[in-house]
Design a protein around this ligand. Structure first.
Ligand code: NAG
Ligand code: NAG
Ligand code: NAG
Ligand code: NAG
Length: 516
């Protein structure tokens, strides 16, 4: 079964790649080639934040969520449950739905798409036995290759020097054994690659903190080997034994596949508005495999679809570009791809990027990414302050959350484009103090159905979703009207090296998983 579907995917992948590569990879909007006559003929009032906010209704959003859940059910024959993971019928259906909704808006938008190969991993089975005990915390890293022939391998645990970021850290006796490596300094992918090069059969990266790490190897490289992560607590006594001269052996087993799926970003840009000064915003169209992803990120992608729909009642001064990213759950693949193929002159036209991922968590907090100008491209902080001001005017509380690479803003920040956004919480735990600020339940996750089957229509708090969609409308209306007072894009050559490295130094995540 798995082998057959792999072959089909590979065939589909090469077909789609060759047809996509015939096109301009950026597929820039056509600009002046498109007629704006009919748009100008319909005299629309200039966009007004309050009016755009007033056009947002929770009923319209919930109707869309119900539709999206039905679409997720298209995957049931293949997955036995609703999902909108890339490559599934539910995800293809999601793309079609957005496409058809934008098409109904006539010629207000240029609409285009961008297909790209998305690499993802699937772990079918795994087991880690250290000494005589089944490991309690050992989990395979995302995108890990399988152990040899998808069979268990056996060897002694060999401590790697330092943090295993240099070839010379890997001792000779590692050959044919299992590398035991401390987390830190360099990416997990690098450690796995170096361990493989040194002849190890498998690698275990243990945390410097007590808990287990959910890590990813990032992009596959030729010598990477089956790699587990382990909690610091489980590693501590093992290290003590090895250092005392005891031999500790292990059996590692991972049956996994790394597969390539062709998937698609969707983009819509107002025909009207200065095309050299765009406000860009996005949500992700895909979900994880485990469930239908109605909060994550049905909520954000439907919020921006609804704002895109309501915006057509107005004219705009600046261009507004909406994006529905694919492959976010596999490691921000769609947004990374988009930014990576953006020519320098197109990059400069994006004044800022606003990320809208998880807008209605059931046990929500109103969270604002703490994106400061000190650590990020200039303008990020002005956007952060726009969110603060709006919540304050509404008399609502908010909290700051780390701007740490967990969503699609990451590629933009790394490429010099100011960014930020809001969220309502994932697997974090709500505090007592936050209950006084937002209601809900202390000690529970903000989204108890995060990345699970129960992320369905009932898993969205209507109040939070409506409030945040109005805030999205406000952010769009504000910048569609004017960039007065908003910092100009700095030349990326003069973009302080300090700014780039400040973000890069801090950030340990790329999407859901830590990469370092
Ligand atoms: C992408 O756009 C092309 C050209 O308009 C269209 O034929 C194709 O169906 C679109 N693909 C998706 C997945 O939307
Ligand atoms: C926001 O980030 C800045 C540094 O970029 C930091 O000094 C400040 O403490 C952060 N604020 C909160 C509330 O996390
Ligand atoms: C904001 O938080 C304070 C506690 O810090 C609380 O007393 C107040 O009721 C909250 N406001 C709203 C609108 O929930
Ligand atoms: C949304 O959250 C608020 C505050 O916790 C709560 O009062 C309300 O009942 C929730 N609504 C839904 C539909 O879950």
């Amino acid at each position: 079964m798995a082998a057959r579907s792999l072959l089909l995917l590979a065939a589909a992948a090469s077909a789609a790649v060759s047809s996509a590569s015939a096109l301009d990879p950026v597929q820039r909007p056509l600009g002046s080639q498109h007629s704006t006559e009919s748009i100008l003929a319909t005299k629309r009032p200039l966009v007004d934040s309050q009016k755009l906010q007033d056009s947002i209704s929770i009923d319209a959003l919930v109707k869309r969520a119900e539709k999206l859940f039905d679409i997720a059910k298209l995957s049931e024959h293949e997955y036995n449950h609703p999902t909108r993971v890339i490559g599934s019928a539910g995800h293809v259906g999601t793309l079609k739905y957005i496409e058809q909704q934008i098409a109904e808006l006539g010629d207000y938008y240029h609409f285009w798409n961008q297909s790209f190969p998305a690499i993802s991993g699937r772990v079918n089975e795994h087991r880690l036995v250290i000494g005589n005990d089944v490991s309690k915390s050992g989990v395979p890293m995302q995108l890990t290759p399988p152990t040899k022939d998808k069979e268990p391998v056996h060897g002694d645990l060999v401590l790697v020097d330092n943090e295993g970021c240099d070839e010379s850290d890997y001792p000779k006796e590692l050959k044919g054994n299992i590398a035991f490596i401390l987390r830190g300094t360099c990416a997990y992918g690098t450690k796995s690659e170096l361990a493989g090069k040194a002849g190890a059969k498998a690698a275990i990266v243990y945390n410097y903190d007590h808990d287990v790490i959910h890590g990813t190897l990032g992009s596959p490289t030729p010598n990477q080997i089956a790699t587990f992560s382990l909690s610091g607590d489980e590693a501590a006594p093992i290290i003590k034994d090895i250092k005392a001269g005891k031999t500790v052996d292990a059996i590692a087993y991972i049956d996994a596949d790394v597969i390539t799926t062709i998937t698609t970003n969707l983009l819509a840009q107002t025909v009207e508005g200065d095309p050299d000064n765009c406000v860009m915003l996005g949500g992700h169209s895909d979900s994880v495999t485990a469930g239908p992803g109605i909060n994550d990120d049905g909520s954000g992608s439907l919020s921006i679809l609804e704002v895109a729909t309501q915006l057509t009642k107005f004219s705009v001064n600046n261009c507004v570009r909406f994006a529905w990213w694919a492959g976010e759950e596999e490691g921000l693949l769609g947004s990374d791809y988009y930014v990576s193929v953006l020519p320098e002159d197109e990059n400069k036209k994006i004044r800022l990027f606003m990320d809208y991922d998880m807008m209605g968590s059931p046990n929500f907090a109103y969270q604002i990414y703490n994106a400061t100008n000190a650590a990020n491209p200039v303008g990020s902080e002005e956007l952060r302050d726009l969110y603060i001001d709006w919540y304050e005017v509404q008399g609502l509380n908010y909290t700051f959350i780390p701007f740490d690479g967990r969503s699609d803003y990451d590629g933009f920040i790394r490429n010099g484009i100011p960014g930020g956004g809001i969220a309502t919480g994932a697997e974090g735990i709500k505090t007592e103090a936050e209950v006084t600020q937002f209601g809900g339940k202390a000690g529970d996750w903000y989204d108890p159905c995060y990345h699970q089957l129960c992320d369905d229509v009932g898993n969205v708090n209507a109040t939070a979703w409506e409030v945040n969609t109005k805030l999205i409308a406000h952010s769009v209306a504000t910048y569609a009207l004017s960039f007065d007072g908003f910092p100009k894009r700095t030349d990326s050559s003069s973009l302080g090296a300090t700014v780039e490295s400040a973000y890069e130094k801090e950030v340990k995540y790329h999407g859901t998983f830590a990469f370092i």
